[in-house]
Each structure stands twice: as C-alpha cells, then as structure tokens.
Design a protein around this ligand. Structure first.
Ligand SMILES: *Cc1c(COP(=O)(O)O)cnc(C)c1O
Length: 385
C-alpha cells in the first residue's frame, strides 16, 4: 500500500480493501493478527521495520491507524484503548497553566474528566455554548488558549458546530482545534479538510460498527507538532494502547463503514421525520430536520447524510421517558451507539451529574434494520403515554 494507492482511490475503496494490504508471506488478502509484544532487532542491532515493543508500535494497530488516517485525510493516526483514552490524550499532553476552550455540549465523559482531573492539573477551562461561536470568540485568549475542543454533531442533542469557522477563530488566537467526530464519521465529514488540527473518534461506535470492540483513535493534520509528539509520548508512557485483537476487529469493521453509515443515516432521517409529527413527542433533535437550528451548517459540513443519531423528548419527565423506553421490544435498551442494531436509552441515566440533559430525553442510535420495524416499535412505545 502506497501513497499513490491512497491518492488514486476513493475513500470507500480504501475502506473496503483496508488499503489493499496483502500478507507478504502467504498472499492472504486479510492480514494476520500480530500478537507479538516484542520485535527482534537485526544483527546490526537496528529495529525491524522501526518496531521494538508493542507499546510503541504494533503491526495490527498500525494497519488500523493507516486506514483511519487515509479515510480522514490526515498525516498520522494513533489508536487508543478506548474512545475516552483518545479524547483525553490531548488534555494529558497539555501543560499546567494552559488554557482550553471546551464546548459545553459534548460527550459527558470528557466533561467529567475535565472536572475531576483537568482543573487540578492546572488546566484553565472555559466553556462555550456549542452552536454559538460568538461565545468562543469571547473566551479565546491569544497565546493562552492552547486547545479548542468540540464535538459535532454533539451528544446528546446533536448540536452542530461550524468546524471551518471555529478553526479560523482558534488559529487566529494561536490555538489548536480538536473535533470529536464520532457521530459524523469520515463518511459524512472530514474535519481536517475544514481546518481542524486533530480528529477524535470513539472507534467503539460507528468505525467498528458491531458493538463488540472498545477502541479510540486520534488523527492529526500535522505529525510534526510539539503537541502531537507529546500525545505520542503520552500513549507510550501512560500506556493506553489498543490490543492486537481489537485492532484487527476494528480494521475488519471499517471495511463496511461506507455501507453501514448511509443506511443508518437513512433510517435516522425516516425515524426523525416520523417522530417529528407524533402527538406524544415534544421535541426531536436531528440535524437532518429542516427546523433543526444547525441544519444549514450541517448541509454544508456533512455529505450524504446527517448521522445515525437522534434524540427526542416526551411530554413529562424522567418517569414518562423511562416508561416509554421500558416498552421497547425491538430497540435494545442500551447505551452506546453506531452499531448495526438499533439502541435507545434514557440518556440522563447514563450520564454523570455534570450535564444538563433533560430528564425526558430519549437518545436513539439507528441500526441497519428495516425502518418500518423501527417505527412500529416506537409507535407501540409512545402509545403507553
Ligand atoms: C462513546 C463516546 C466516547 C467515549 O468512547 P469509549 O469508546 O466509550 O471510551 C467519546 N466521545 C463520543 C462522542 C462518544 O460517543
């Protein structure tokens, strides 16, 4: 696999072939899972293909990283033991006294990490309301803000942030922009092309797509920055590395990414439109709906769909939402997202106290099932109100 192969072929081709790698020894079109933790040096005492120990580099991990870097149009990718390990790595790499601007609506685990550990480690954390970039302008401090962290579409209300505009503003202030693109996937959005410096994924979700691997990944636009070097060192010396079997499964999962995500988007749009007209639904949050506040930006920033994630609010509070969820027959009542099976959950039950997610909100991850079956299940669930 060469740079030329990557340049010549479309992302769906790169994904389907996992970059076309063949096993040199056997000709196998599926590369083996390399379980070795250590790699022999030659008689000249040089490393074999630059590898010596798995915490630095493993072949199965590197294969997954190369696929993701190619799909995101990045210079380099690093896999991590989980999505949260990937999300928190840039914050670990910062120094005491550094400023970070964090969008308020993001995956709750990152907010919790910042509250529990980030403040004590000397990070100056300012929050801005996602979707209102004026606020980002107000909190950016030239030379002091080192990192802007955002997620788009963002958990759990799928608020859209204009990546290109945020990147412009951050760069003017001398800060780096990292985008958690878990919900968008490289199928719909390539943040680096829009100006982002780092892209983050919980690969547990859409990238793997089968709810059977926990993994994370960061992709950088530029592999020569000091921050990226410190992230690399953090992975080596704190050690949140991905296992070889997980790396293999992730690569296997990504081969069908370009079939799964469009179908999941299609199902999400059908379900969102259905819910939007339902008398027992108070609000629907989905970037594909024309009345959604970030719809215009999403039209520009997302190609071929608006993602497989949506949320809706039912009249009432916690009790009513849980009552609806408890009647699910086809949807699995489970947290997480991005798998081929549809899931729903009372979101607040999964989050820590740091969020202000409404108690009447149900989060939905649409799989690849027949949408009529999904709507029939929602219909009988909503009829209990
Ligand atoms: C799930 C998720 C994470 C955390 O990933 P894990 O793989 O569960 O550690 C981070 N960001 C987003 C947007 C997520 O959905």
């Amino acid at each position: 696999m060469t740079d030329d192969y990557i340049r010549r072929n479309a992302p769906e081709t790169l994904a389907a072939q996992a970059l076309g790698l063949e096993d040199a020894e056997t000709g196998a079109v599926v590369p083996p899972i390399h379980v070795a933790t250590t790699f022999a040096r030659g008689e000249d005492y040089e490393k074999t293909q630059g590898r010596s120990y798995i915490r630095d580099h493993g072949p199965s991990q590197q294969h997954a990283e190369q696929v993701i870097a190619a799909l995101e149009g990045g210079a380099e990718a690093l896999t991590f033991a989980s999505g949260i390990a990937a999300c928190t790595a840039p914050f670990h790499a910062l120094k005491s006294g550094d400023g970070v601007a964090v969008s308020r609506t993001i995956y709750h685990g990152v907010l919790t990490w910042l509250e529990v550990f980030g403040v004590e480690r000397g990070l100056h954390i300012d929050y801005f309301d996602t979707g209102d970039l004026e606020q980002l302008g107000d909190i950016l401090r030239h030379g002091r803000t080192k990192l802007v962290w955002l997620e788009t579409p963002a958990n759990p209300t799928w608020v859209i942030t204009d990546i290109a505009r945020a990147a412009e503003m951050a760069h003017e202030a001398g800060a780096v922009v990292a985008v958690d693109s878990t919900a968008a996937t490289p199928v719909l959005t390539r943040p680096i092309e829009l100006g982002a410096d780092i892209v983050c994924h919980s690969a547990t979700k859409f990238l793997n797509g089968h709810s059977d691997v926990i993994a994370g990944v960061l992709v950088t636009a530029d592999a020569t920055t000091e921050l990226w070097d410190r992230i690399r060192q953090h992975r080596i010396y704190a050690g949140p590395v991905l296992g070889s079997f997980e790396a293999y499964l992730l690569t296997r999962g990504m081969r069908t990414l370009f079939l799964r995500v469009p179908k999941q988007c299609e199902n999400a749009l059908i379900v969102a439109r259905y819910l939007d007209t339902h008398p027992n639904v108070e609000a629907v949050h989905y970037p594909g709906l024309q009345n959604f506040p970030g719809h215009e930006i999403a039209m520009r920033q997302m190609q071929g769909g608006f993602g497989g994630m949506l949320s809706f609010q039912v009249p009432g509070g916690r009790a009513e939402a849980i009552k609806v969820a408890s009647h699910a027959r086809l949807f699995k009542r489970a947290t997480s997202l991005g798998g081929v099976e549809s899931l729903l959950e009372h979101r607040k039950s999964s989050e820590s106290d740091v969020t202000d997610t409404p108690e009447n909100l149900i989060r939905v991850s649409t799989g690849i099932e027949n949408p009529d079956d999904l709507m029939a299940d929602l219909e009988q669930m909503l009829s209990v109100l």
